[in-house]
Design a binder for this molecule. Sequence first.
Ligand code: QAP
Ligand code: CO
Length: 171
Amino acid sequence: MALLPILEFPDPRLRTKAVPVDPARVTEPAFQTLLDDMFETMYEAPGIGLAASQVDVHQRFMVIDISEEKNDPRVFINPEIVDRAGDQVYQEGCLSVPGIYADVTRSNEITVRFVDRRGQAQELRADGLLAVCIQHEMDHLDGKLFVDYLSPLKREMVRKKLAKQRRQAAA
Ligand code: QAP
Ligand code: CO
């Protein structure tokens, strides 16, 4: 197991559009180890979701665990939203944008098709926080960040705040 470095905004690599995972590769040891390393990295942060894009792997998958007890690990490979209903507003954060939180409007209820870590096709109806988290992580796979929903001025303020945080951490 290993902790993976997380890319941070405004790193241009976070803008990469991820390519689909070959489902035949999912059960290979190298891919399974990568999943375990992503869970370890997410739990250590601590976070509730981590997309492969955030650890500089530009393939379409992510890990999520929204449980309090950190005992409900979920893997979504090649996720696709096939149905959505309603809207909800949630104050989001992101491991790639540390210390920044902002309200984002997303679908309240989604149906997502994906491949699980055993390589099996699945369909899941999700709402509430899980639905928010799936949509947030899927945005990463398309090179999109939650701060992209803010005005350009607010996004610029976020960039400056992160640069200042980094300067102070280095000093
Ligand atoms: C995405 O985000 C998410 O700023 C996952 O200093 C967020 O795990 C989905 C984190 C909200 C739904 C709702 C953020 C940790 C973790 C920080 C995360 C920080 C330390 C964010
Ligand atoms: Co994120």
